[in-house]
Every structure is written in C-alpha cells, then in structure tokens.
Design a binder for this molecule. Structure first.
Ligand code: A3P
Length: 345
C-alpha cells in the first residue's frame, strides 16, 4: 500500500516537474521573442509608411514558421484576409555574384522582422520564358508578407545576364540592388567546385581547374571560361550602371560575411533603411560546420545546407598567382567605381 502511494506521489511529482519545466521553457522563449518585439524605428520612405513602429507578434510567429504554409503560397483566402497578407514585388534584389555568399546573405537578412525572403531563386529577369509570363507571374511567386515588410529575392544569374538590368529597371527604377563579392580567384574556384560536384554526382569526369582557367595555347588566363568571366566584377557592373546610379547598389564583402557576418549585415540594414534589428544573438558560430548559423530565437535555429561551404580542390599556386595578377586591374577599377576597397591580392 505504502509502495503504491510512493509510486503515485512520484508520478505526481514527475507531472508537476514536467509542467514547471515546460512553463519555464515557454517563458524563456517568450522573453526571447519579446526581446525582438522592441518597437521598430520608422522604416524609411520607399519601404513603407512611416510610423509603423511595431512588428506585431504574429509577424514574428510568421517568421518563425508557425504559419509557414503562407510562405509556401498555400494560404487560404480567409487566412490572407484575416492576416492582411500581400504578395509584394521585391524592394531589393540580391543580383549576385554566384558563389559570393548570396544564400547566406538572403537567409541572414531574413532574420530581420521587416524582411521576407523569396525562398527559391525565381530567375524571372534572366530567363526569357519566365519573363514572357509577365510581372504578375513574378509577383505571384513572392511569399506572403505584411504590408509593412519588404520582400527580397536573390537570383545570382541576374548579375551576369545581359538583358537583366533593363528589365529590372522597367519594373522599378528605384529598386535597391545588393551585390555580394568574394576575392575573385576564390570565387572562381568555388564556382568550379560546384560544377565539379554536379559532374561527380552524375558519375561524369571533369577537367582540372588549372586546365579550364589557363589557355593551353597561350598559357594565359582563359577569359572564355565562365568562372573566370564572372569574377571580372567591374565588367558586369559597368553594364548595370547604364541603368542605375551607383547609389542604388550596395556591395557586400562575402569573405567578411563568412568570418564576421554582423557588421556586414548592419551595413545592409542601413542601406535598406531598416532599423537595426539583427544582433549577435541571431548569429552563432558552429564549429562543426565551420560557419556562422542563424538563431531566430531559443527554439528555432538553422545552418545553411551542406552544399554551402564545400571543400575546394587544391589548385596549383602558379595558376592562382596568374589569376590574381589577371584580376588585379579589374579589381582596382571595381574599388574605384564602388568606393569600397577590399584587400584582394
Ligand atoms: P564555398 O562553398 O566556396 O565555401 P552562394 O550562396 O552564392 O552559392 O555562395 C556559397 C558560399 O557562401 C560558400 O562558398 C560559403 O563559403 C559562403 N558562405 C558565407 N556564409 C556562409 C554560412 N554562414 N554558411 C555556409 N556558407 C556560407
């Protein structure tokens, strides 16, 4: 009898203990989100009405994924009406550069309560077939958001595709354009590594980087190789500048985004006229991944997929030197045009 009572008492204590721990966890999680519920400074002009000084709690739940079905475009008409949700054209686009850290930048900006990301690369402006479907098709590809939030999409192919600047200009001549760059030779090798992995997955063989990057006839840098051409940032930027003034661009240092993301993100917040909301709390270094990962709150965090942060193959040092020498004058021009200098060799 006594034994039975002891068992019952233990069970009661267990239930009470679980409830207490559950409540405690809930409270900590709430404090975490309340911390992010501090009133927002007004979001400037282009990005919505002034005086919108608070992100409603449901916006944060929305960002945490509780209403994630909205983001996938599955919201019912009733839900859309109830939450006053809209699909907005992007106010800012990450136009490139491929392998510069475009995904990391988009995901990290998405930590901001006033930012909503288009999860997929939409390839509207660089793909003729998509472009022919019209702007409404593009808008319908955007995630649902609250009217005071801004939508950002990224399609790195935009940066290098001839027709894109004019097409984006026609949609919105005052749009903000983000370009994330890395040291050009490293970026080219990263680009090669991605293609190489694709070939390996299909059990195909592929050339060594050295063979593609250097023309065997002239022993000079092979400017026909796409990975090399993409890294000549200034050439591409000059095409964009025929449509947009340099003030509409912000250059993100992709190498710094890897090692020290917060200051880079703070510069983007400023460029987008967003109140500073991304903090060190939102970014933690994951030693296993070797990269910073994202923390939305105490229960919701994530690292980028394994396809980001691949191990690069070793490349002959003479080829690296040759490439760096080749990129040098283009880099100087890029610094001059953008007003942002990097320590690229
Ligand atoms: P590597 O795979 O060469 O390391 P993109 O998204 O434009 O394809 O860029 C991919 C690059 O983003 C990766 O290149 C990686 O170095 C970089 N990156 C920057 N921050 C990262 C992060 N927090 N997690 C993973 N990769 C990150």
């Amino acid at each position: 009898m006594l034994f039975k009572q002891q068992v019952l008492l233990r069970q009661k204590l267990f239930v009470l203990g679980s409830l207490a721990i559950g409540s405690l966890l809930y409270l900590v999680a709430r404090v975490g989100s309340l911390d992010r519920l501090q009133p927002l400074c007004p979001i400037d002009g282009r990005f919505g009405p002034r005086g919108q000084d608070e992100i409603p709690l449901r916006a944060l739940q929305f960002k945490r994924g509780l209403l994630h079905e909205f983001r996938k475009g599955n919201a019912t008409k009733e839900q859309i009406r109830l939450h006053n949700l809209v699909q907005q054209l992007p106010k800012a686009i990450i136009i490139g550069v491929r392998k510069g850290g475009t995904r990391a930048l988009l995901e990290m900006l998405n930590l901001h309560p006033a930012v909503v990301k288009a999860s997929q690369e939409i390839h509207f402006f660089d793909n003729d077939e998509n472009y022919a479907k019209g702007i409404e098709w593009y808008r319908k590809k955007m995630p649902f958001s609250y009217p005071h939030q801004i939508t950002i999409e990224k399609s790195p192919a935009y940066f290098i595709t001839e027709e894109v600047p004019e097409r984006i200009y026609k949609m919105n001549s005052s749009i903000k354009l983000l370009i994330i760059v890395r040291e050009p030779t490293t970026r080219a090798i990263s680009d090669y590594t991605q293609v190489l992995e694709g070939k390996e997955r299909k059990n195909k063989t592929y050339y060594k980087f050295e063979k593609l990057a250097i023309d065997p006839n002239t022993c000079e840098v092979n400017t026909k190789y796409k990975a090399v051409r993409t890294s000549i940032y200034t050439k591409h930027l000059e095409r964009w500048l025929k449509y947009f003034p340099i003030e509409q661009f912000h250059i993100v240092d992709g190498d710094r985004l890897i090692t020290e993301p917060l200051p880079e993100l703070q510069l983007v917040e400023k460029f987008l006229n967003l109140p500073p909301r991304i903090s060190q709390y939102n970014l933690y270094f994951n030693a296993t991944r070797g990269f910073y990962c994202l923390r939305f709150n105490i229960v919701f965090n994530k690292c980028l997929a394994g396809s980001k942060g691949r191990i690069h193959p070793e490349v002959d040092t003479s080829v690296i030197t040759k490439l760096r020498k080749f990129f040098h004058p283009f880099n100087q021009k890029f610094y001059q045009i953008t007003g942002r200098t990097f320590n690229w060799p």
